[in-house]
Ligand binder design. Structure first.
Ligand code: UGA
Ligand code: MN
Length: 332
């Protein structure tokens, strides 16, 4: 009895908190219900379009120019062979035209490809248009700037606005028999890789050289099936691959409900492949059972954007030379 009484005295101050007036109870109910509604609404927004890495601001996409048929005669194109849509993001810097010239001239050696060059810029660069016209391969040139919010992030998701726009283009205009392949402007590629990937139906993969701690990133293959990844930066990724390490069948991609590439640096490939709903054991193995290196994640040294003093060269070739360099975006 004695202990019961003391216990009552002990908890009285707490009980007084619970014994609320009618007004307090109404306020409390409103707060609890309000929080409930808030949680449900934010979850709904998250599920609809606020998933991690999904843009909340509109993405600007501008069409620059295109060519649908091969202009330069490199032998008859085989109409029945699947088209490879090669998606290359690029951005203005002193090396841009050099990178695209090297890559474009490699691509000119390949039949049945369509090069989608998507610039991280609000405007279409003239030297790119000129280059694409001269190369004579089927192409589409887009201007697809990165939304400002992402440029301010600590780890900037490079090339994502461009690839997302190209993805939309492929979904809208790509042939179902075609194959999609992402190739960054600074990578190096052996043209034999195109014939490897051309038969892709769902998702195919192969090793990429010069990646991270292992100097390579590759699927691990056992009995002809992918069973995991050999990559120095697992980072919790389901698909530990580089952007140049896989291709996707366009018809297969079009059948998936919500194909996307997130604005999350380092996780673009993983996010994209997850959105394709492919199982690891269904991946098509290429490059001799993932034993050959046919593409490299090369990187070009960066040059500062200089302002040259050519005062003493107003009457010689240096004036014209530097004007041309300006046009190519090599100097200020
Ligand atoms: C690596 C991967 O290879 C990329 O596929 C991936 O997008 C990137 O990391 C990332 O996670 O952010 P890395 O060599 O480190 O690429 O990056 P860059 O070569 O500088 O950029 C990748 C692509 O995006 C290039 O084609 C580049 O021209 C383009 N880019 C880069 C832009 O469009 N805008 C930029 O501001 C920077
Ligand atoms: Mn790169």
């Amino acid at each position: 009895m004695e202990t019961d009484k003391r216990w009552e005295e002990d908890i009285r101050p707490f009980l007084s908190c619970i014994e609320m007036s009618r007004r307090q109870r109404i306020v409390m109910t409103v707060i609890i219900l309000g929080s409930f509604v808030y949680v449900i609404l934010t979850q709904a927004v998250h599920m609809l379009d606020g998933l991690p890495g999904e843009p909340v601001h509109p993405e600007v996409r501008k069409f620059c120019s295109a060519m649908n048929k091969q202009k330069v005669n490199r032998g008859a194109e085989n109409e029945s062979s699947p088209i490879i849509y090669v998606v290359t993001p690029t951005y203005k810097r002193p090396e841009m035209v050099a990178e695209l010239t090297r890559l474009g001239q490699t691509l000119s050696m390949v039949q049945n490809i369509h090069w989608i060059v998507a610039e991280d810029s609000a405007t279409c660069s003239r030297p790119i248009t000129g280059l694409l016209q001269r190369l004579g391969l089927p192409y589409t040139h887009l201007a697809t700037p990165m939304p400002d919010v992402y440029r301010k992030e600590r780890y900037v998701p490079r090339g994502v606005s461009n690839r997302r726009a190209a993805l939309q283009w492929v979904r809208d205009y790509g042939k179902n028999t075609g194959v999609l392949f992402f190739l960054d402007d600074d990578n190096a590629i052996d043209i034999r890789l195109f014939e490897e990937m051309r038969s892709t139906e769902t998702v195919s993969m192969w090793p990429v050289g010069l990646i991270g701690e292992y100097t390579v990133s590759s699927p691990v293959v056992k009995n002809g099936k992918v069973v995991g990844f050999y990559d120095g930066w697992p980072a919790g990724r389901k698909f530990q691959v580089d952007m140049a390490g896989f291709a996707v069948g366009v018809g297969y991609m079009k059948k998936q409900k919500k194909v996307t590439m997130p604005y999350i640096a380092g996780h673009e490939e993983d996010g994209f492949l997850k959105s394709l709903n492919i199982n690891i054991n269904e991946i098509e193995v290429k490059a001799n059972g993932c034993t050959d290196i046919l593409v490299w994640h090369t990187r070009t040294a960066k040059n500062p954007l200089r302002n040259l003093n050519i005062e003493s060269h107003q009457n010689d070739n240096i004036k014209v030379l530097t004007d041309n360099m300006k046009q190519l975006g090599m100097i200020k």
